[in-house]
Design a protein around this ligand. Structure first.
Ligand code: SF4
Length: 308
């Protein structure tokens, strides 16, 4: 196989992801160019804390011990000593470094513990299992030669693998603003991809999937549920075709240093209505000299491979 030119992860975030290019090719370009920020959007930190604590809770559960859930006071310390910015409000995330502890995290983790203790996940085999590889055609089970030669790889980390009632089940954990519906588990590309990656890696059927969600509200109680679904051959074929076309587009963009302007551009025009931290790079004319200077001060030196 040729050297890896690009490794696209299934999740969004600070690494290069398939979502980046689908959402906005310019976003992938900025990340390819190695643009990183000193300031970290709050939702990255929140996601990381939730995932790390969920891992701790699962490990304790498997050892038959009581897991400690992070407290409001500990969160207060994290959120008041780190370089975090709020995101999701009307203001540009980058220029509103208002630090705020996220009080819903202990509620979310307590909800997760309840799910775990109710045994809905069955017999747990592994958590945070990482997969990486070239694209494999589900009809022939052969690696796609073109993408392989071009060095386009895909990767993903499965939150949980377990045996439930004789089925291997691939589960993803989600925190969200409101309760998820069954169709979200049925149509989740992420779950299809994880399921397919598991099948390729282990040569074993794992077409049962699950979405465990917990809602995050500062005031309301957390709602949670575990939605199960099944993947069929057609799902994998559909996924394969989409990834093939996306992988070819990304590869061409990198080779020609030409990233189409599409995706969220229309929503980006108003800088006060944008979550994307890269906004000042795409729309410099909307910023004053001082704001651009402030933006520059939040950029990290290019450090190859480093992720926030
Ligand atoms: S500001 Fe908009 S166009 Fe620029 S990278 Fe972000 S999403 Fe893409």
């Amino acid at each position: 196989m040729a050297d890896c030119k690009v490794k696209l992860s299934i999740r969004g975030g600070s690494g290069l992801s398939i979502q980046d290019y689908s959402y906005c090719p310019q976003l992938l370009k900025h990340k390819m160019d190695g643009v990183r920020f000193h300031l970290i959007p709050e939702y990255f930190v929140t996601g990381r804390i939730v995932h790390e604590n969920i891992e701790t809770i699962i490990a304790a559960h498997l050892e038959g011990k009581e897991a400690k859930v992070i407290s409001d006071a500990e969160l207060e310390t994290i959120y008041t000593t780190g370089e975090y910015v709020r995101a999701g409000d009307a203001e540009s995330a980058l220029f509103e470094p208002d630090k705020k502890p996220i009080t819903f995290i202990p509620k979310v983790l307590t909800a997760f513990k309840s799910m775990l203790e109710s045994d809905v996940f069955g017999n747990i085999q592994a958590s945070e299992a990482y997969y990486e590889g070239a694209l494999v055609d589900p009809e022939t089970f052969e690696t796609n030669k073109q993408l392989e030669d071009e060095g386009v790889l895909f990767s993903g980390k499965v939150d949980l693998i377990s045996d439930i009632d004789g089925h291997k089940v691939i589960t993803d954990f989600k925190t969200c603003k409101s309760a998820l519906k069954q169709n979200e588990a049925d149509s989740s590309t992420q779950l299809t991809m994880y399921s397919y990656m598991y099948i390729i890696e282990h040569k074993e059927i794992a077409n049962h999937v699950g979405l465990a969600y917990m809602t995050k509200h500062v005031r309301d109680d957390t709602q949670y549920d575990y939605l199960r679904s099944i993947r069929h051959f057609e799902h994998y074929v559909h996924l394969y075709r989409n990834l093939l076309s996306l992988g070819k587009d990304v590869s061409r963009s990198i080779d020609e240093d030409d990233y189409p302007k599409k995706g969220m551009l229309a929503d980006c025009r108003d800088k006060f209505n944008k979550l994307c931290n890269y906004h000042p790079m795409c729309f410099q004319s909307q910023y004053t000299k001082d704001e651009l200077k402030e933006f520059e001060s939040h950029l990290k030196e290019k450090t190859d491979g480093e992720e926030l």
